[in-house]
Design a binder for this molecule. Sequence first.
Ligand code: ATP
Length: 908
Amino acid sequence: MLCFMPGALDMAADVEATIPDPGPSGLSAAEARQRLERCGPNTIARQGKSSLLVAFAANFTHLMAVLLWVSGVLAFLAGMPELGVAVFLVNIINGGFSFFQEYKAEKATEALLRLLPQKAHVVRDGIEVIVPAEELVPGDLMILNDGDHISADARVTGSFSLSVDESTLTGESRPIRKSPSENRPEHGPEESHRESNLVFAGTNVVSGRGQAVVFATGASTRFGKIAELTQSIVDEPSPLQEEMKRVTRTVSILAVGIGAFFFVLSSVLGGGHHLEASFIFAMGMVVAFVPEGMLPTVTLSLALCVQTMAARNALVKKLSAVETLGCTTVICSDKTGTITQNKMTVLKVWTADAEYSISGTDYSPEGSIDADCQDPDRTSLTRALVAACHCNNARLLPPHKETDRDWSIEGDPTEGALIVLARKAGISVDSPDVLGHRICELAFDSHRQRMSTVYDIRGKRVLYLKGAPTRVLDRSTKICLNGESVPLNAGWREKILEANDRLAGQGLRVLALAERQVPGDLEHLSPGTLEHDLTFCGLAAMLDPPHEGVLEAVRQCHSAGIKVVMITGDYGLTAESIARRVEILPESGKVVTGAELDAMDDRELAEVLAEPVVFARVLPEQKLRIVSVLQTLDHIVAVTGDGVNDAPALRKSDIGIAMGIAGTDVAKEAADIILLDDNFASIVTAVELGRSVYANIRRFATYVFTSNMAEAVPFVVSFLSRGAIPLPLTVMQVLAVDLGTDMLPALALGAEPAEPDVMSNPPRDKSRPLLDRMLLCKALLWYGVIEGLAGMLCFFHFTGFAAPAAASYQTATTMTFLGIVMGQIGAVLCCRTVRSSIFSRRFFANPLVFAAIGAEILVLLAVMYLPPLARVFGTTPIAPEMWLFALIFVPAMIVLDELRKLIARSMR
Ligand code: ATP
């Protein structure tokens, strides 16, 4: 048994030559298992991850941490070892906590990788099965389909128009044609002609189909050698994280600046007498203002939101997508599979002989076919259904008791529905009508809007074709009437178009079926030589109902100021009917076809986009153009896609959303978000979550800055009194507020459920910074000042507005500390809502806030009543009457803020 070993890149061709072809039945499951044991899984270790130790160290060496280290050292030098130790402790606790949050965030993101395992189609024991890509082994017979990601290096042994995009490996963006090569190449592996029969891991099939024998897996593949390509989840920081970094840095430098300024000022003014007090003041400013825990908390909130989104079927690949989602102003959505379920059931068949109604639901082949007139022989119907079965790559799978699976299909649901229909008529893939050898396939793509196959049937070559009715009609010259081909005159054309519009107008997806005898001597088999002179056999109209919840999701978008534009490859009338049903298209809205779109310039398109609109029979390039024009109108555009050709639009949009079930690997790679259930409603849920996580980050940012201001107020008061009032809060007590009582409530605010009006407001302006003037004013000049005043009032209540006697200094500072903590408790409750009253929502909706307040009180009591801690923090137990006075500041903060919110609401 051969395994392709690392370091043998230039031996690739030699090795592929030595892997024997397993034959059409592929490997046996047992053999595959043995090979997996011998060669190991087909995986490549993630590269470029810094080690845990480096990540840990980073939390103690960034700018803010260095500032605190320096402050600590200065405290020691200034002869204040207790303060020095405390500052060091702050830094250590902070760093440890930040590391823990980062680690948790990283684990959350990594766990998502497992939600979307790469899969591969292989033939094992003669049956085509889907296996996790990591279980591919050398010798496996892989089946390659349009849009598949290739997960191992392999030799092509069969193909139908197979083209592969190798740009990830070679930078060459032109698709490379691949086919089995009879002549073994003789030159180096870098030459493309040599590799035209080889496909490589990390590349994608852009069109056609094929099969290939794996010759290298895992680290032995060419892809495995390119370490930096192995990350599939991008770790780049989101704009919010960047902003947080910037803000934290600016605030820290500002705090140091202010501290240094006052230090110099008071040293100069005081002639050096107050040097110690000035130094402590400067330190207090630094410690109070440096918002140490902010960035890791943002990262963790985003990562936890990503986890929640995954649980709600939206898998986010980049943290930045979470934020952008919250700003989305337009969602451009496909119809088939996103708005609708992509579960097709043929309800009507039209032929020149009769129109048939089909009963039965889902993919169960039980149901009746009733003609609207006498048609005992059903010869035309049979011909149409034979064409449908031959021009088909889907498989009907019977119910499976063990997995509780009902009748299901493998492959394209449109094709699956046709197989089910044929079975209802008694025609199956192995019935005598559907036998023969497939000579070639001209694959479906959204440009051609059709697909055809050529079969050798008892020595005759027959072409079967299906596709969009007008495309098929354009290529037909005959029609099947009573089982015979007769000329297709203008009358028949009109009847076909009328039937098509009537069925499409009911929201049904209509496909035409046709066939043709191909001359036996035709050499070049291509669309040009094959797809003409067809006999039109009939129309099949299928129901594809909207997903559950789509109507409500569309309504939510409307109330959230988000425009929904349907962009579909399907026929206008079908698209219109569905769009009206789910309220994407109001009475005033219109349908624009791809052809009409081409005739418009960008200005006209912008005008159309200002109104409700559905685009039908649109090509992927046109989708790209719609996205670009929307972006020039300053829209933040989310766009859905599933096919290979959707990749450019997915990349161009602000949020690319790929379908997890029906989407190709190519689309998934290009997207920022993958929908695990392909449901439009999940996009709207993700938008809602994106909006609420942003609101939560604003909540805790407000709260964190609030406490920073409150801690600074006593220092300023003391400074302004020019020493007449000794520091009402010691630096140690600042540390206690900063770490002990501040941290958990801030975190708890990050878990606040969405406010009920989160989807009733227009989208946020993406260019507006998180820490805007409003937030800072509210945090610093409102909550911060009230908290600070609460502290000072407690202080003065005890001292009777005079400087405290030396003996009672500890009690006085303890009172300030207590007052600030009471203000904090009020503030954390107030920060839960922006404008609405905190009593207007379920008060206990976020139990974490109450747990955090509980923890805050415990820390407070410990700091005041445990003698060792009380010694360190310079606190002392206080009388019950003093407690009562301080407690007033919890309701006082709430009452004041409720008044502010009331005024804010009345001014809207
Ligand atoms: P959407 O763009 O919303 O996903 P769609 O699936 O109809 O809608 P395309 O996949 O671009 O869009 O298909 C365009 C048209 O091609 C369809 O309306 C149908 O008429 C035809 N078609 C779709 N699937 C097949 C197929 N497997 N074989 C032949 N013709 C097809």
